[in-house]
Design a protein around this ligand. Sequence first.
Ligand code: PGA
Length: 234
Amino acid sequence: MKFIIGNWKMNGDKKLLNEMESVLADVTTENKVVLCVPFTLLGAGNGKVALGAQDVSAHEKGAYTGEVSASMLVTSGAKYVIVGHSERRAYHGETNEDVRAKAEMALENGITPIICVGETMEEKRVGRTFEIIEKAVRESVPKNVQKDIIIAYEPRWAIGAGITPTRQEITEAHKLIADTLGNMDLAGTPILYGASVNGSNVAEIVSIENVDGVLVGGASLKPGEFVLIINNAK
Ligand code: PGA
């Protein structure tokens, strides 16, 4: 079983969600398929495909205009939430500490957080990839986790870029994350790869050791391509 998680970002509408659901209804797979959609679409599904959100507030409730709490996500039917996506880190200044607080809030409410980590091109260029990834895992993952969490390794320079790291780069990053999680008593936590995944490269990517699935951006908006990804990820 591999996780195939779509991240629609700020795209999609009810029509696309319903189209995707009807296409997915004909797919037989052992893989776990989840669509992380905009908040406004969480209640628009037919309940057959697991839905997730793309962010959650670090606060429980109160004067936080524009934010959406984890308990509100539960009410809307979300089972998963992406936290610390690189676009949140880049455009909203989210730190590892912010991401951990959000992940804690998700866990307290019974939602599985998909915690994203990954290096920028500049960090890669100066040889800091491993340091950045390890620090992000240590600092973004809540302490004393008893429930399910998912980690997504997304090299930030490869997101939406149509390029993927080499097999060796993915192997090394995922091994580092697996070892770090092992040291935190979290061995066995699923580790997904994300960035420029498509129907043609997914088979190779999920064949790499410690790759338990994929987080898919652009290609998750195209029903045919998304089904190819689901079918080719074995
Ligand atoms: P991409 O995005 O698949 O379009 O590269 C991945 C992501 O940002 O999660």
